[in-house]
Ligand binder design. Sequence first.
Ligand code: FAD
Ligand code: MLT
Ligand code: ZN
Length: 486
Amino acid sequence: ETYADKVKWNPEFKKLDDEDIKYFTSVLNNANDIITDEQDLLFYNEDWMRKYKGQSQLVLKPRTTEQVLEIILYCNKNKLAVVPQGGNTGLVGGSVPVFDEIVLSLANMNKIRSFDDVSGILKCDAGLILENADNFLAENGYIFPLDLGAKGSCFVGGVVATNAGGLRLLRYGSLHGSVLGLEAVLPDGTIYNSMHSLRKDNTGYDLKQLLIGSEGTLGVITGVSILCPSRPQAVNVAFLAVSSYEAVQKVFVGARKELLEILSAFEFMDDKSQILTARHLGLEHPIESGQYPFYILIETSGSNKDHDDEKLETFLGNMMEEGLVDDGIIAQDETQLKSLWTWREAISEASTIGGGVYKYDVSIPLADLYSLVEDTSARLKEAGMVDIDDDSKPVVEAIGYGHVGDGNLHLNVSVREYSKAIEEVLEPFVYEWIQNKKGSISAEHGLGFQKKNYIGYSKSDVEIEMIKDIKNHYDPNGIMNPYKYV
Ligand code: FAD
Ligand code: MLT
Ligand code: ZN
């Protein structure tokens, strides 16, 4: 996409020159930590969906909080705009520059600082890859309280800056609860340090909450202190087929009631998402896509395998007897368990099968969750735009899936090209639809660049003013991730 029609370059920002690069070179001391080569810059300039592309001429990869501080102080003094970047897996165009902003990558700050194996509190650098954090915790009998399809690439700091939700929020709650403290560099050179180990602390405002989900607009998160639960010893996965969205809701009610304390994920996928995933993976669907309109993945996590097996089997028996579940599989071993999860986790990649994807990540009251996919599909059909098998149509398919357990739907419109015409069919239609249902236009991915003009669909004027006040207070020059939602 080009941005010229959406946003203008801010002439108050300074253009990068050789003097600036000389300064950053003196701060970082290591040639590998400064990227100016055009080819090497590509990864940092383009997002995961290949939808947003900036033109940054400089990537800085500091190794210490002090280096971050010196960079930010200099940028603030000289009005050089900065985009903090983690694993660059964000899905709203927030992690890449819009114009020529400097990219500050946390990739070199990737150490575990400490781990307390009594409390389960992990303290780490913001650039630690989520999967590496979780592997370390596994060795110690603990689990990271967040999991998502991008775990191999995204950073702990990136998920905190986004307040990502993921596949087990149902069980472990939001990062607003599990993050105990942060370290961050603010534009005026303050190092905000709250790397606490305290579960409870009611001494005034909980300031770290401002940074959780701030999407790089207030400061650079450099360290994270997070409470991690014990790793479950017994994990089961069931993959079910149901014949209506009504049944999805009833099975959810049943799962919460009967599986109660061992329920750790409840994900749903429509048939269209499974057909795309089967094409993407080149595999046969475990149950048969094209046969049922909806699929459900249920995960249980507990400490006693026999107990959990029995509970799950009884639950599934009851659901089948009540005619709510038509078909299903329970993973028999670790390999099958992982493979069943793939049919859920690989949807993100499958959604880009035609070359691009428009993603909408919304919270809506459960009863209405799927109607958004139906209404959007109808609208695309009316416009004559969609056909999964006809390459001459711009849209492949509109699919729905997500974290039913959290009231969070992912509507993905898989496309063969990004175009103004498709965007006009989808927006503001989708946002208006959500506003009418009193939902949120971003359940977990944030606003970034994609939704910069749509915040008003989910926040009141008063709330938007308060957000701007906070932004202006901490970042009066507006250098932190400009052109995005604030
Ligand atoms: P980036 O993409 O690099 O950055 C994201 C935002 O945070 C940007 O605005 C950036 O400026 C800011 N930022 C990054 N690091 C810092 C820092 N240290 N300090 C200040 N600001 C910073 N999200 C979900 O919520 N649930 C899911 O289930 C889920 N699944 C996904 C599956 C796939 C395959 C992919 C590609 C993405 C998925 N996401 C999901 C999107 C999710 O937002 C990201 O994966 C993750 O939160 C971003 O982490 P990151 O390190 O890549 O951050
Ligand atoms: C997921 O839950 O898989 C991601 O948040 C959705 C996405 O890729 O849009
Ligand atoms: Zn998600």
